[in-house]
Design a protein. Structure first.
Length: 342
């Protein structure tokens, strides 16, 4: 087997600039990130009202990753992720009404109210779940990639997990098999620096997570996960690598979550000043907003109109969730096992 190229950091200007992508695409990125932000803010409110039960992990602060990576997906490419998953669902094009209804456990949800926040699926959107088991997306996503290789269909699986999951043993078993079989999979490590509440420096002997595939000859790259254009550019390179039959690729997205690990986490392991500093200097939505305004691609009125549109979509999704009935008790016995097609 040929030796893989060494891991590298990204620092160059993204190949896709505001000029090459154009106004409409960039405004689409802005809208998509804003939709995730407003949706998650409303989900947090519904959780506080007791309308969302169980765990609820918000994606606020990390929006550029799902939007940037999934902007380069081709038809048939798959997405699988962990439990901080609402942003990925929306970036896949899933209906906000169905996502919010699933969060509230209603029959109108994408999994008929039986999955909740961490276990939603959409075969139509090629979204194969949030998963509550830490590290689980790595072997499961590798399995999806194995099917793609077996079928020789040219599809890529984008497999997301966090910095905490990067220390799980099953991740490295998956890396080894993916490298051996040259599976078309892109592992996206969303490094928000605190896992469930322990800083990366305290939990990991190697803090450059893009290097974690070195012993398996898997190339990797560190990316500014707060810049949607940098994310998109790196995702294109990684996906092209996998599509060419050169095997897996690791992208470490350096990002930051503004809220606690879940809604029940007060996040006392970091200071309020630290969070505010990131919001002021690195926020992915504000970063793109400033770029759009500076280059004359959108003015304040146009951006406010997008915000108003997004807020209505989210308000409608919350109302749909509230008005959707709870699942019928008979649903307890459906879709537990694969049913005989005959």
């Amino acid at each position: 087997m040929a030796r893989a190229k060494p891991a590298a950091k990204s620092g160059d200007k993204p190949a896709d600039s505001t000029e090459t992508l154009g106004k409409d695409v960039l405004l689409g990125f802005y809208r998509d990130m804003l939709l995730i932000r407003r949706f998650e803010e409303r989900a947090g409110q519904l959780y506080g009202m007791g309308l969302i039960g169980g765990f609820c992990h918000l994606y606020i602060g990390q929006e550029a990753i799902a939007v940037g990576v999934q902007s380069i997906q081709e038809p048939g490419d798959q997405v699988i992720t962990a439990y901080r998953d609402h942003g990925h669902m929306l970036a896949c094009g899933m209906d906000p009404n169905e996502v919010m209804a699933e969060l509230t456990g209603r029959a109108g949800g994408s999994s008929k109210g039986k999955g909740g926040s961490m276990h939603m699926f959409s075969r139509e959107a090629e979204f194969y779940g949030g998963h509550g088991i830490v590290g689980a997306p790595a072997p499961l996503g590798s399995g999806l990639a194995l099917a793609n290789r077996y079928r020789d269909n040219g599809k890529v699986t984008f497999t997301y997990f966090g910095d905490g999951a990067a220390n799980q043993g099953q991740v490295y078993e998956a890396f080894n098999m993916a490298a051996l079989w040259k599976l078309p999979v892109v592992y996206v490590i969303e490094n928000n620096q605190y896992a469930m509440g322990t800083s990366l420096e305290r939990s990991s002997s190697e803090t450059h997570l893009y290097k974690r595939g070195t012993s398996f000859r898997i190339p990797g790259e560190e990316v500014d996960g707060m810049d949607v254009l940098a994310v998109r550019d790196a995702a294109k390179r990684a996906a092209d690598h996998a599509r060419r039959g050169e095997g897996p690729f690791i992208l470490e997205m350096k990002t930051y979550r503004y809220r606690g690990h879940s809604m029940s986490d007060p996040a006392k392991y970091r200071t309020r000043e630290e969070v505010e500093e990131v919001r002021k200097t690195r926020d992915p939505i504000e970063h793109l907003r400033e770029k759009l305004e500076a280059e004359g691609l959108a003015d304040e009125a146009a951006l406010k109109a997008i915000d108003a549109e997004v807020k209505k979509i989210v308000a409608d999704s919350a109302e749909f969730a509230r008005s959707s009935p709870e699942p019928d008790p008979s649903e307890l016995y459906t879709e537990v096992y694969v049913e005989d097609a005959q």
